[in-house]
Design a protein around this ligand. Structure first.
Ligand code: FEO
Length: 408
């Protein structure tokens, strides 16, 4: 069933209940996802974005319930990634006269993915009148690809920002106010942490730019998950908070252990953090899901990273997590390393160096323990955990709250 989003605007996307990975298993999606496409009816008919390969028929059936797909005059491709552009060829089979519009950078990605003779670029400020409705385009490079673009629909005050403000959440419901809010915000945070964190400066700039445009936004309809129709300013403010690195009094302890010694240190550190009344989350790898852990890190001020030494370095699952940290480049966080070793060490200095490379403010814990931690070493870990928690609290209190903007 198509779902009405605004006057003569319909969701005609697809629900992928079984999707469990994105970007080649760098991102797990335990709740599936949706690919949202939006059909706009006016004197001319426009379709904004399509769906992933395999879901073409589902989308075309939904379109057909509203209008003959052959009437589509404009196909707006806000982003070239295949989960949104995958059904462009099928749409063009039904509507060969349709013009495909994308950002200037989209000419490169879409032009290479597909043979699209009718591909044309638009830029920020360009408008397209469909009759009573006008589409206004806003380039949004690096949110999250260079070719990303927003489409704003007047007079419906409807923003179609493609990947931005999305969540990987398969549900029969189309609107944020209809789903479990704990799950929704968990998925929105996981999504920001794993996809948008490296581009936080651009996110802030884009929020400011849209605020300066003084366009009213009643509804934000992203290309994944549910649509923000009640108080869409909440997700905008969350993006501003996440993009500015604002965090709370939370310490995340992430470790991988070989024979349990590093785990004992992790638990002693956690006791120390708790003794200061600061929230702590202890996550052993690979039992904990890396995508989840990165989502939990988004609002954590402190990270304690531990590994046993193996082959003079860190264990493999921690090494993968460290690669994520270097790539995602969280800002404004404090970190420290700990671990155990047998005949020779190596993991702890490597972890400290990796934290520095990832942009953390690194504290020295002096917790590289040989064999198994002694009672004194466990006491030292508890003391350091308490000290780290106090630093986290001080740092959170000193942080300047972000200013507001982009009133939705
Ligand atoms: Fe949902 Fe960047 O594609």
């Amino acid at each position: 069933m198509p779902v009405q989003v605004a006057d003569n605007v319909f969701w005609v996307g697809a629900i992928d209940w079984n999707r469990r990975d994105f970007h080649g298993y760098t991102y797990t999606t335990p709740r599936g996802t949706t690919y949202n496409a939006y059909l706009i009816l006016d004197d001319e008919v426009a379709l904004v974005d399509t769906v992933a390969p395999g879901f073409e028929e589902e989308m075309l059936e939904r379109i057909s319930e509203v209008v003959d797909p052959g009437r589509i005059r404009y196909l707006i491709a806000n982003h070239g990634e295949i989960d949104h552009s995958g059904a462009i060829p099928e749409v063009l089979e039904h509507a060969p006269q349709a013009e495909v519009l994308c950002s200037r950078k989209g000419l490169e990605s879409l032009g290479k993915y597909f043979d699209l003779p009718g591909l044309r670029s638009v830029a920020t400020g360009d408008m397209l009148t469909l009759g009573n409705k006008t589409l206004r385009f806003i380039e949004a490079p690096m949110l999250h690809w260079p070719d990303s673009m927003f489409t704003y629909v007047e007079p419906d005050r409807l923003l179609l920002p493609n990947d931005a403000f999305g969540q990987h959440l398969a549900t029969s419901q189309r609107f944020a106010d209809e789903v479990n809010s704990g799950q929704l915000w968990d998925e929105a945070a996981r999504y920001y942490a794993n996809i948008l964190t490296p581009f936080s400066r651009m996110v802030l700039r884009k929020l400011d730019e849209v605020a300066r445009m003084q366009i009213e936004i009643a509804t934000i309809a992203p290309s994944h998950g549910v649509i923000w129709r009640q108080d869409p300013g909440r997700i905008v403010e969350a993006y501003r908070r996440w993009a500015s690195g604002q965090a709370r009094e939370r310490v995340l302890i992430v470790y991988e252990t070989m024979w349990g010694s590093t785990e004992q240190l992790a638990e002693a550190l956690a006791e120390g953090v708790m003794s200061e009344g600061v929230e702590v989350l202890v996550r052993g790898l690979p039992m904990a899901d890396r995508t989840d852990v990165l989502g939990e890190l988004l609002e954590a001020k402190g990270l304690l990273l531990g590994s046993s030494t193996h082959n003079q370095g860190m264990l493999l699952n921690i090494a993968a997590f460290v690669e994520d940290l270097k790539g995602l480049r969280f800002t404004g966080k404090i970190g420290a390393a700990f671990g155990s070793h047998g005949w020779a060490g190596g993991a702890v200095p490597d972890l400290e160096e990796a934290l520095r490379e990832a942009g953390f403010d690194v504290m020295t814990a002096d917790l590289a323990v040989r064999w198994a931690p002694s009672a004194e070493e466990l006491a030292k870990a508890r003391e350091f955990g308490a000290h780290f928690a106090r630093e986290v609290r001080r740092s959170v209190m000193e942080a300047v709250p972000p200013h507001h903007g982009f009133e939705a």
